[in-house]
Design a protein around this ligand. Structure first.
Ligand SMILES: [Zn+2]
Length: 308
């Protein structure tokens, strides 16, 4: 009996992918974290190959015929301004239990988040969230040397980079399962602006960006070492001001399972850090730039805005 029979083809595939990413359990990563990274890879593969040649206009299925798609244009004039609860963050200030694995999956720079050192995950509730949502992964959308690349626009302004912190409703076991339900996922959107400064106060983000040159190639991974909290990803933005609406994943299969919370405040990052994103390559060894989806019709969906 050969090893692929003994392990079963699914597990074998997963092990091969991990090997391809140079990840082994000898690096002090927990079994749970490795399992989550594998699940994330399997979900990424299941979404099929796609690219940003037409900013998503050629994607099919729900991406083409969905009526609650993302991203959308967010404007203070069209939003319903109302007092909604703030977003409450739990364990966001706790150190993560292990180094992060940062991966170029051909579409973005992605990090699956491990639990924190207290054994729990970072999680959120409040806002318009239909439940409690655990932080699962973080990725970015960006432009190029000559274009900005946020997905949402705020008052018609497109920012240089948009970071997505993907959370899953604790009602569901996996992100894949959650994406089949309207209340399955919650994504926090954070805008980054390139500024002409050398230094940044956002040491956690800088440590992540400093590793980007290690993942230029498709399917390469690296570790982000040192103490890191999910809070550090938010820079020092005011989290009391945000837009919220019901939408979708902005990548295939564009599942309409996301409660979006997009913060109005912006993280300033040195341009020399943001430039590192433009160096990444996709699965065709082409520059991975402008990996944002075109704006989608709002179709009478309410967009809420709160400032507190
Ligand atoms: Zn995204």
């Amino acid at each position: 009996m050969n090893s692929s029979n003994r392990l079963g083809s699914g597990l074998m595939l997963q092990l091969l992918m991990l090997t391809a990413l140079g990840i082994t359990s000898s690096q002090g990563l927990s079994e749970e974290y490795l399992k989550d990274i594998k699940a994330d890879q399997v979900a990424e593969q299941a979404s099929g190959s796609y690219n940003y040649d037409q900013q998503g206009n050629d994607w099919e299925g729900t991406c083409q015929d969905g009526q609650q798609q993302s991203p959308v244009s967010l404007t203070s004039s069209a939003a319903i301004v109302t007092a909604i609860p703030r977003i409450y963050f739990y364990n966001y200030d706790q150190n993560l239990e292990s180094p992060l694995i940062l991966t170029n999956n051909g579409n973005t720079a992605n990090m699956v988040l491990p639990p924190t050192q207290n054994g729990q995950r970072a999680y959120i509730n409040g806002g318009l969230l239909p439940g409690t949502f655990e932080a699962q992964s973080v990725h970015f959308h960006w432009g190029s040397a000559s274009s900005k690349g946020s997905e949402h626009t705020i008052n018609s302004e497109r920012y240089d980079v948009e970071m997505h912190i993907v959370h899953k409703n604790i009602r569901y076991q996996t992100v894949s399962e959650a994406s089949a339900y309207a209340d399955g996922l919650a994504v926090l959107g954070v805008m980054f602006r390139a500024v002409n400064r050398i230094f940044s106060l956002h040491s956690g983000l800088i440590r992540i960006f400093n590793q980007l040159p290690q993942i230029v190639e498709y399917e390469s991974s690296t570790e982000v070492t040192g103490r890191l909290t999910v809070q550090q990803l938010l820079g020092n933005i005011k989290t009391g001001e945000f837009y919220s609406y019901n939408g979708s994943l902005t990548t295939p299969d564009c599942a309409e399972s996301v409660t979006w919370t997009v913060f109005k405040d912006v993280v300033d990052l040195p341009e020399r850090q943001i430039m590192k994103l433009w160096e990444l390559k996709d699965s065709r060894s082409q520059p991975l730039t402008n990996n944002y989806r075109t704006l989608q019709d709002i179709n009478d969906r309410p967009v809420y805005y709160t400032a507190q």
